[in-house]
Design a protein around this ligand. Sequence first.
Ligand SMILES: Cc1cc2nc3c(=O)[nH]c(=O)nc-3n(C[C@H](O)[C@H](O)[C@H](O)COP(=O)(O)OP(=O)(O)OC[C@H]3O[C@@H](n4cnc5c(N)ncnc54)[C@H](O)[C@@H]3O)c2cc1C
Length: 502
Amino acid sequence: MTWDAEYDVVVVGSGAGAMTGAYLAAKAGKKVAVVEKTDRLGGTTAYSGAAAWLPGTVVQERAGLVDSTESARTYLNALLDEPDQVKLEAFLTESPELVTKLEEDPLLEFQFQAFPDYFERPGRVPGGRSFVPTPLPLEQIGERLDLVRPPVDRERVGKSHHLGQPLAAGRAYIGRFLLALDATGNGTVHTGVAVDELITEDGRVVGVAGNGTNGARVRLAARDGVLLAAGGFERNHEERARHGVPGNAAWTMAPEGSNTGEPIAAAVALGAATDLMDQAWFTPGIAHPDGSAAFTLGFRGGLIVDQNGTRYANESLPYDQMGRQMAADPARIPSYVIFDNTSLGHIPAIAIPEGDPEDHLAAGTWTRADSLVALADEIGVPGDALVSTVERFNGFAEAGDDEDFDRGKDEFATYFASPVLVPVAQGPFYAARLLLSDLGTKGGLVTDVDARVLREDGSAIEGLYAAGNTSASMTGKHYPGPGAPIGTAMVFASRAVKHLLA
Ligand SMILES: Cc1cc2nc3c(=O)[nH]c(=O)nc-3n(C[C@H](O)[C@H](O)[C@H](O)COP(=O)(O)OP(=O)(O)OC[C@H]3O[C@@H](n4cnc5c(N)ncnc54)[C@H](O)[C@@H]3O)c2cc1C
């Protein structure tokens, strides 16, 4: 085999798990390559809020929170369906150790940010337990800024970072880990290489291959191991259809040109087992004129109806749970967010991104009318049904009690606004088309407690590790709280590096 370059560790992808894994391996003295398919680092992680659900760490302690490993154990056991206890315990043990280790590096800083856990279960703590990287001043990132993916609301309209503002959230995460990787002196970043092959020698993975943007084949050796942390396959229409993932590749939040799952396929070609392949981190997403959808959460008004003009769930449910409600019935995709003029022509929710209301109205993704009957007529929903749904809803709003779905009682709902149950009465009225979006698929390669990729018979493929959405999530069909995708990706990337260093 002729290699283009040789490393100790090759990390495929550049999101949460990839950057944690690359940094830790490089810090330990390994020569590391980060191999990214697109021309920017960060994937969906860069778009994200970068909350990390890592319980019992120094960050919560500094913030004086009631969080603990014990309460997190209680919460996860109360929520997850028959969780793998070995993995769960490893997650709980690794979380505090990992964060302490990361924070030894002055470039890696985290701070608590209140955001409630997503389920009322024993062990839930008030205000949640997740935290975020501290913002990164632009002067600190310097020219490496060009490598960091900009925020989704800007990138989708062809803009780069907000200059004059520090990098925040997911951009701070990627920027900080990139600087920390650079500072080790052991990291190399290859962008524009889409890995689609794992190269083996005597059954052990010893490198990767993929096509560069110029079409040339690139082969990189990995003496100690390969960590696949290249997201899921949310941007792959065919694979979504094959595995029955609800939603649509065009409606996912993953960046264009990113996660189509060839690293998962490459591992499957070596006999790797997969699990949870029909699962995603779901969310409702308002439709955009270009055919995409936008992560929509935090409703502070309005209501959601299906194509029969009927409410079917508590609109203030945490987004993955609301997405699952949508997936349960074809008459719910699309749904419609019905709102009035109280929010002055804007949707009474956080839509990432919202887009320009005038563009929505011109394109027909939003509809405006002077009466509910006229609105119903324009969106093709029975007018009498919509009117009676809104009247019933308004009655609940006036009484402060949603007898049908209990909206507005949970801490997750009131975190965004209080009350969230407000009448829809002041015309003109609006309907925004609502699709089933996702933050990424969460089914993928089956891994053990050390993130080693396993075959159907439970044996490990030597030299191969997976984390983040490339692996089947420890959380199964649940989204426990803010930062579960990133927190679990970080922990299992860390476990992988410990294993390959041992
Ligand atoms: C607006 C928004 C807010 C969110 N907020 C949070 C939050 O606060 N906390 C949280 O935990 N989650 C959050 N999420 C979800 C979370 O961002 C993702 O689920 C998670 O970051 C996925 O991480 P990942 O490393 O698996 O994939 P990604 O971050 O998507 O990274 C995968 C990378 O791999 C690259 N890649 C793919 N295929 C290849 C290949 N063949 N070769 C080389 N590279 C490849 C991709 O281009 C991409 O850069 C949010 C999502 C969105 C959209």
